[in-house]
Design a binder for this molecule. Structure first.
Ligand code: GTP
Ligand code: MG
Length: 237
């Protein structure tokens, strides 16, 4: 997939901290350490644009990355300069979220993230897609089920009210860890029937419909083109 240039824009801790809603955006959510930030890097062909860590709890804010951005536009967003200029048509934001259910974060901070997340899903009008990252080896954990409930409830209500509503897409991560010596796309690893079944049941129970499921690996770049298909929607809002 074509990706020109990605810049970090800002880290938000509340709605006021989000950049102007002037283009489409997609959000990466999922439990801590599942590989959200690694996927941002893989998709944008960058090594360490989004900071990753072996230790859960690395990402602590809603980090906005502008994909296919123009330098002057990035400046405008970051410093609030009044730079006139056309909007970049194929530019969009990827929002890399903190991991949910991370135990080492204070209860207060977790509550803050959770409230922000509710408000964000409810009010961010340019949100085109929510990518829920789930570990391909384990399938949905209790934490994932909570995330699905939340997303299902908020987006479900919007859909019923015929309001604009983001798509929900499941990304299975770390597919390379499912196979020994898997270093190539030709050996992508398998999702066990048990994981698949649990996923289907959980989706059904949480009213998210049958969401698309994409198997990925940030190590081998498996699934990159498929994820990009969905990202492209966001650019063309
Ligand atoms: P938080 O910011 O804490 O919410 O975590 P995160 O979801 O952003 O996870 P992050 O991308 O920081 O990755 C966590 C760990 O998993 C790192 O050590 C990554 O190198 C590793 N990792 C991420 N994706 C993959 C993958 O596809 N394959 C393998 N083998 N390791 C991965
Ligand atoms: Mg992260």
């Amino acid at each position: 997939a074509l990706v020109r240039r990605t810049v970090f824009v800002t880290g938000a801790v509340d709605m006021e901290g989000c950049p102007e809603a002037d283009r489409g955006e997609v959000a990466f959510i999922g439990r801590s350490n599942v590989g959200k930030s690694s996927l941002v890097n893989m998709l944008t062909n960058r090594k360490s644009l989004a900071f990753t860590s072996k230790t859960p709890g690395k990402t602590q804010q809603f980090n906005y990355f502008a994909v296919n951005d123009k330098p002057e536009l990035a400046r405008q967003i970051r410093y609030g300069d009044d730079v006139p200029g056309e909007k970049d048509r194929d530019s969009f934001y990827i929002v890399d979220l903190p991991g949910f259910g991370f135990a080492k974060v204070t209860q207060q901070l977790r509550q803050q993230w959770s409230d922000f997340m509710d408000e964000y899903l409810q009010e961010r009008e340019t949100l085109q897609a929510v990518f829920h990252l789930i570990d391909a080896r384990h399938g949905p954990t209790d934490e994932d089920i909570k995330i699905m409930q939340k997303v299902g409830t908020i987006l479900g209500a919007k859909q019923q009210a015929k309001e604009h509503c983001a798509k929900y897409i499941i990304i299975l991560t770390k597919a390379d860890k499912n196979v020994k010596n898997a270093k190539s796309q030709s050996n992508p690893g398998k999702v066990s029937n048990k994981v698949m079944e649990k996923l289907i049941v959980t989706m059904k129970e949480n009213r998210v419909g049958y969401a698309p499921i994409v198997l990925t690996s940030s190590e081998t770049r498996l699934g990159r083109d498929e994820v990009w298909k969905y990202l492209r929607f966001a650019a063309e809002r």
